[in-house]
Design a protein around this ligand. Structure first.
Ligand code: AMP
Ligand code: GLY
Length: 424
């Protein structure tokens, strides 16, 4: 079977690698892909928000399944587009339709959903410029720090956590009245600050049953000791040591089950990944957010730990017989460290030649922002490569990741040297 993966990051390279291991997969295509996917699949350079262009690729290459990496096309309705098209409707899309994608596309929707279905989450209210004064009054009922979230997609930048009440009021007004995050912030969710340690749990569902994938923790800040600006993610670890059996079974009972049955009750036929951002407060889970896709770089530690055939699991999602599919996880720790361009998450240069990554033998090199330029591989984004290793302990895996990184070079390469610092 021929498969098309949409996206261009380390997540998509990890999907491509895992799917390439299935003997049921014939040809793999990635659009637009990167220099890493280019070595195991055929890259196709199209704009994936152009669904007509995606359609042409699917028909031309006899694609029989489409795996959507990022949230953008899902929130914009790529799955609905396929179902509405006579030539495409029999081709399964791994990823929810628009109605399910709203769990990520609208914070207000996802909070309402959690409240309605009894999923533990922070107390909240939503505001627009029409009820700004009520927003100020609600802020006064809360204690610092104040959490303000743009309702819509804001590329991971739409959440503000502020210590000062007056500043929180000013920012709320900036968001709703002056469109600080564009249309995404015409509605703003204000919620209680949650204490605890953060982690992510990933679920694959066919709408009826589900598999809980390995949990992971990512490191979002650019600087060591979790200092500095937020990034897309500088590294990740799976499993998460503080998410023990007791905690994960609470997550399943209190969060996963009500989420899946809530979707069913609301008539949302969800086929794809649910990425649940959680706070562990003294052993009690509370949901920070839902995403409707896998995380990046979390995928680069989650997929290498899955022993089962990923394509078989996707077939289960497509045909709604996921419960019949076997699912096993390796009893190993996976770590990944992201190599980023100097300056990232601010302005950074591209087209820097990358060397030394071809002969790495104790880690997997997942390409993210890379491209080929003739015979060389060059940087093509802020997050450049994720170096994943497996070990019996976090320390062993990290040693392999970092030893491998020592061999890799590009001008102004930067990475965090303390991934996992809080866990070992
Ligand atoms: P989100 O986009 O909703 O995941 O928010 C981005 C980040 O802000 C999260 O990963 C948390 O680190 C933090 N955050 C969001 N909501 C809360 C909250 N209610 N309490 C504490 N931290 C939060
Ligand atoms: N690493 C966080 C995300 O993928 O949203």
């Amino acid at each position: 079977m021929n498969i098309l993966i949409l996206g261009a990051g380390g997540r998509e390279h990890a999907f491509a690698l895992k799917l390439s291991e299935s003997n049921k997969v014939q040809q793999l295509f990635v659009a637009p892909g990167n220099a890493g996917t280019d070595t195991i699949a055929t890259n196709i350079n199209i704009d994936i928000s152009d669904f007509e262009a995606v359609k042409q690729i699917v028909l031309k290459h006899a694609i029989k399944m489409v795996v959507v990496g990022p949230e953008g096309p899902l929130v914009a309705g790529i799955h609905d587009f396929f179902l509405a098209d006579a030539a495409l409707k029999g081709i399964p899309v791994i990823g929810p339709k628009k109605d399910g994608a709203l769990l990520e596309g609208s914070k207000d929707f996802s909070k309402q959903f959690m409240q309605k279905h009894g999923v533990p989450t922070a107390r909240y209210q939503s505001f627009t410029k029409e009820n700004l004064q009520e927003g100020f009054a609600f802020l006064e009922t809360l204690e610092a720090p104040y959490v303000l979230k743009a309702d819509g997609l804001a590329g991971g930048k739409g959440v503000l956590i502020l210590n000062d009440l007056e500043e929180a009021k000013t920012e709320l007004e900036e968001m709703v009245s002056n469109e600080k995050f564009g249309k995404a912030s015409t509605t703003v969710v204000i919620e209680e600050f949650l204490k605890g340690i953060e982690l992510s749990v990933f679920v694959l569902t066919d709408g009826k049953s589900y598999k809980i994938l390995p949990s992971a923790k990512d490191y979002k800040r650019i600087g060591e000791g979790d200092q500095g600006l937020n990034t897309g993610g500088m590294g990740a670890i799976s499993p998460v040591p503080f998410a023990d059996k007791a905690f994960l079974s609470k997550v399943e009972e209190l969060v996963v089950k009500p989420t899946i049955t809530g979707l069913q009750k609301d008539g949302i036929d969800f086929r794809g990944f649910i990425f649940i951002g959680l706070m562990n407060d003294n052993g009690n889970p509370s949901v920070v957010e839902y995403n409707v896709r896998m995380g990046d770089p979390e995928t680069e530690v989650v997929l290498p730990r899955i022993a089962s055939d990923l394509f078989e699991l996707f077939e289960g999602v497509a045909h709604q017989n996921l419960h019949e599919k076997s699912f096993a996880v390796l009893d190993k720790t996976a770590t990944t460290v992201m190599l980023v361009a100097g300056g990232y998450p601010g302005a950074y240069a591209k087209n820097k030649e990358i060397t030394g990554f071809e002969n790495i033998d104790e880690a997997i090199v997942f390409h993210a922002g890379t491209a080929t330029d003739g015979d060389t591989v060059v940087t093509n984004g802020g997050r450049v490569m994720a170096i994943t290793a497996l070990g019996d302990t976090i320390e062993e895996a990290l040693e392999k990741s970092y030893r491998s990184i020592d061999k890799i070079h590009f001008d102004q390469m930067n990475y965090r040297k303390d991934i996992g610092f809080d866990l070992v």
